[in-house]
Design a protein around this ligand. Structure first.
Ligand SMILES: [Mn+2]
Length: 301
């Protein structure tokens, strides 16, 4: 049995692509199942509901198992005992990480907006059947990762995939489909500061130290007006407890592509010069991968 596992703090792509990749492996005649490393978010819950698919089972240990990784290739984002697993495959759309394997593996790493875009093309290449449920999972993951095609990470391949998938999924009104998805994505009602930071937190080893950068996608920055101090306190707590050199969270208004960066840690002073009126605003910044983190890497170096 092959376990297909997305990254820690799973986003919709990590869950949907794990489910979809497991079906691709089954279509090849293999035994496979999707697993998840953490709780699913509200957007993913919405997607699973409309696709009529159950969430993958929770599993944070893969020792002794055969695994496929989807949506990452970094050790920091893998299950803690990944070194004791046999990695058979990777499907990803991020920079190449530091995963090492003992044996040759099947790796599909494309510079596109979403892991599901690659999987869609693999299904086509292998003439594997795409059910309406799988089509809904894939198009939702693509629309989530590309923020409804608005992100600079979005490519023609992502758009072409959704164009085909929406017919298979029998989605007649794509705009309404995207709107419902983005409403679920930006719903932060009732979440604590710690839950918000944790929501989509990624760890990056950098210059021999550990750094974390989270992102909260919002319909308006006003949604977090009353929480700034609590969010900063939570970042500070993480630096102290986990020995991080830097902890940040990008608060991104996905309607205007404006991001406010909150940050703490030993390296925080490196960013002070970019503050205005006590705030660090990043204009035209939707993507952590293509905009936020590359900029931070040059500033923190
Ligand atoms: Mn992704």
């Amino acid at each position: 049995m092959i376990s297909v596992v997305g990254h820690k703090n799973p986003d919709s792509d990590s869950i949907c692509s794990a489910l979809v990749a497991a079906e691709l492996l089954k279509a090849r005649g293999l035994e496979a199942k999707a697993v998840r490393q953490g709780e699913i978010n509200r957007e993913t819950q919405h997607i699973l509901e409309i696709a009529g698919v159950d969430q993958p089972e929770l599993s944070t240990s893969v020792a002794g198992q055969q695994v496929w990784l989807v949506d990452y290739s970094d050790v920091a984002q893998a299950p803690d005992d990944i070194k004791d697993a046999e990695i058979l495959g990777i499907v990803d759309h991020h920079r190449l990480g530091d995963i090492m394997t003992v044996n040759p593996l099947e790796a599909w790493i494309w510079p596109v907006g979403c892991t599901s875009t690659i999987l869609f093309n693999l299904f086509k290449m292998e003439h594997a059947p795409i059910t309406p449920a799988l089509a809904k999972l894939m198009m939702s993951a693509i629309l989530s990762d590309t923020v409804g095609f608005a992100s600079p990470t979005c490519t023609d391949k992502d758009k072409a995939a959704v164009e085909e998938l929406k017919s298979i999924a029998e989605v007649a009104d794509l705009d309404a489909f995207i709107k419902a998805l983005l409403i679920a994505k930006t719903n932060i009602e009732g979440l604590s500061a710690a839950e918000l930071v944790e929501k989509d937190l990624k760890a990056y080893p950098f210059n021999g130290r550990d750094v974390v950068v989270g992102q909260v996608e919002l319909a308006t920055l006003e949604q977090v007006d009353g929480m700034i101090e609590a969010l900063e306190a939570d970042l500070e707590r993480r630096c102290e407890q986990d020995g991080l050199a830097f902890a940040a969270v990008m608060l991104t208004d996905i309607t205007t592509a404006q991001t406010r960066l909150l940050y703490k840690g030993e390296w925080a002073a490196k960013l002070e010069k970019h503050q205005q009126n006590g705030m660090l605003m990043m204009e035209n910044t939707l993507s952590r991968k293509k905009q936020g983190w590359p900029w931070l890497q040059t500033e923190l170096a």
